[in-house]
Write a protein that binds this ligand. Structure first.
Ligand code: MG
Length: 167
């Protein structure tokens, strides 16, 4: 536990927010599979129990664990508005894949621009990402096409020693 008391949750570490779909977990593969089976997007959005079963994106779990050592890490995601079950599923996924302590670091919001922080790792610019006060690292774009590239960039920029356990 990084906090000295519960009245203030500030730490001396920089805040970093990480998006879920397309960054930590692979919603797209699930979506494509269902489209191939003949469902449309809106039908797929209604399926209960989806979010807790998504596969992690390659390297995302290890990357989260490493970042968590050096940053005050939050998981920042926008749930499916038409599917209240996605709130539940995201909460379950976080604890299942990122560990018990991560469940208190989950932020669900449709306005990511409201959050404080130094970095936001997100594959899209929707939901207020462009209003975020810190640096947006756009996961999936050429410069940040995978977790290895993202970590290399962040560790170099923040003068964090090379992490052989990841690379
Ligand atoms: Mg996303």
């Amino acid at each position: 536990m990084k906090y000295s008391n519960r009245a203030s949750l500030k730490t001396n570490q920089s805040i970093i927010h990480i998006d879920m779909d397309g960054v930590l977990c692979d919603y797209e593969s699930f979506l494509n599979k269902k489209i191939l089976e003949g469902m449309n997007k809106f039908q797929i959005y209604q399926i209960p129990g989806v979010f807790e079963h998504l596969e992690p994106i390659d390297g995302s779990i290890k990357a989260f664990q490493l970042l968590d050592k050096y940053f005050d890490v939050y998981i920042l995601s926008t749930p499916m508005w038409s599917n209240p079950d996605s709130w539940r599923g995201k909460r379950i996924w976080v604890e299942k894949f990122l560990g018990k302590h991560a469940k208190k670091k989950l932020i669900l919001s449709h306005n990511k621009g409201l959050l404080k922080g130094k970095y936001l790792i997100d594959d899209r610019v929707a939901n207020g990402v462009l209003d975020f006060e810190g640096e947006h690292i756009q996961f999936g774009q050429k410069k940040f096409s995978n977790w290895s590239k993202v970590l290399t960039y962040l560790f170099e920029k923040e003068h964090i020693p090379f992490q052989s356990e990841f690379f």
